[in-house]
Design a protein around this ligand. Structure first.
Ligand SMILES: NC(=O)c1ccc[n+]([C@@H]2O[C@H](COP(=O)([O-])OP(=O)(O)OC[C@H]3O[C@@H](n4cnc5c(N)ncnc54)[C@H](OP(=O)(O)O)[C@@H]3O)[C@@H](O)[C@H]2O)c1
Ligand SMILES: [Zn+2]
Length: 376
């Protein structure tokens, strides 16, 4: 199911706190960074905060720059992003600024919370998600029902922690402020719990006055049938690699990446790589991995096209090579059409051997792009 791109944004002290415990909101960054945040908001279709942040900070969550709002309108978008909040209890102040400034508002809540929110008369579209709040359903709903492609999440800690732990964050934008809070009861950016394994990818550092912006991307594949945001990044890379294949009239252009469970890239490849006229992407990638690497058994293979089930050019098709390498998780964008091998069912071969195969159809068009000439 497609989700919006999820960007977690926060300012944090050197001791990892989002705020102190005083009545006023602790200012962690300065005007230049507030302006940067304004720009990020202007790029988003929706901004989400937890009910705790509404209660603690009473934020407006606006795009403050008139120029940025005008640019949004000129591009056919609403002047302000949709404002989204989550609450289990529905216990929110109907007079909070959140409801009375900016564009449209939506509250995601539980069935019980929805009753309370209706009774309070909150000025928002109230969406109950069942007895408990399910973040995947929330993201699907935002994408499918509200057309949200890019979601900026501005805290607080409980919300950030869940999205990161559930593998739903595409990007983190953290601003590190040169001060220490020290109060053990001050809210933490990320709380305890089970996070995905491995290191995040550092994609940017930027000095802004006396704070530092750190941008990270989670890299760990999802588990089993449950996709992570990083699954989409790796599959996008496989689609990019497919664009590098030497052109052919008789074979598909495919890209593949092999990634360990902690998000370490083990190998990558693409069709006809290195002057071999028949090599397939998964085959080229697996040939570069060490067959004795113990990480292969928990690795994921990303392939822009479903691994092949039969082929004339080599004794073993890619589905078999993947299984023989010990890999039991495959993420692909596109089921193999009948162009060359009618009835090919690489996914079936993999699944019959106990492998999990995920098809993220939102990447199908990208996977097909370098193969258009074969599909007419
Ligand atoms: N420095 C920064 O960049 C920054 C940014 C934002 C916030 N903050 C600070 O962070 C603090 C607030 O953070 P917080 O962690 O207390 O609150 P929060 O994450 O903003 O909101 C937590 C609330 O959201 C609802 N919620 C979240 N996940 C839920 C789930 N799975 N099911 C049901 N309800 C769920 C619950 O609302 P109900 O209680 O209504 O059920 C929960 O109490 C404030 O001090 C604020 O100043 C700092
Ligand atoms: Zn193949």
């Amino acid at each position: 199911m497609p989700h919006p791109y999820v960007l977690l944004s926060a300012a944090v002290s050197l001791d990892g706190r989002l705020d102190d415990t005083g009545p006023e909101r602790l200012l962690l960054s300065g005007p230049a960074d507030f302006d940067r945040v304004d720009e990020v908001r202007a790029s988003a279709d929706a901004i989400l905060v937890g009910a705790g942040t509404i209660r603690a900070d009473n934020p407006r969550l606006l795009v403050n720059s008139a120029d940025r709002r005008a640019a949004r309108v000129a591009a056919g978008r609403p002047a302000y992003p949709l404002k989204v909040t989550v609450s289990g209890s529905g216990e929110l102040d109907p007079a909070a600024r959140f409801w009375h400034t900016g564009g449209e508002k939506v509250l995601y809540t539980t069935d019980r919370g929805a009753e309370r929110a209706q009774a309070l008369g909150l000025a928002a579209d109230v969406v109950p998600l069942g007895p408990a709040l399910d973040w995947r359903r929330l993201l699907e709903h935002l994408h499918d029902e509200r057309g949200v492609a890019r979601l900026m999440v501005e805290g607080g800690g409980l919300v950030h922690t869940q999205l990161l732990q559930q593998g739903l964050a595409d990007e983190l934008q953290l601003v590190l402020a040169p001060l220490l809070v020290g109060d053990p009861d001050a809210p933490r950016l990320f709380g305890p719990g089970a996070y995905q394994r491995g290191r995040l990818r550092l994609v940017e550092t930027r000095r802004i006055e006396d704070v530092v912006l750190l941008r990270y991307e989670p890299t760990a594949p999802g588990t089993g049938a449950v996709p992570s945001a990083a699954d989409r990044h790796w599959l996008a890379l496989a689609c990019e690699l497919a664009e590098r294949c030497p052109p052919s009239r008789t074979a598909f252009s495919v890209g593949a990446v092999v990634v360990a469970a902690d998000g370490t890239e083990l190998a990558r490849g693409y069709s006809r790589e290195g002057g071999d006229p028949v090599v397939h992407a998964e085959e080229a990638a697996l040939a570069k991995a060490d067959p004795a690497d113990p990480r292969l058994v928990t690795a994921t293979v990303y392939s822009s096209l479903e691994p092949c089930a039969r082929r004339a050019s080599r004794p073993a098709p890619c589905a078999r090579l993947i299984l023989d390498a010990g890999v039991r998780r495959v993420v692909t964008a596109w089921r193999e059409p009948d162009t060359f091998v009618p009835g090919a069912d690489g996914s079936g071969v993999l699944a019959a051997a106990g492998a999990e195969v995920l098809v993220l159809a939102e990447y199908e068009e990208r996977a097909k792009a370098p193969n258009r000439h074969l599909l007419s």
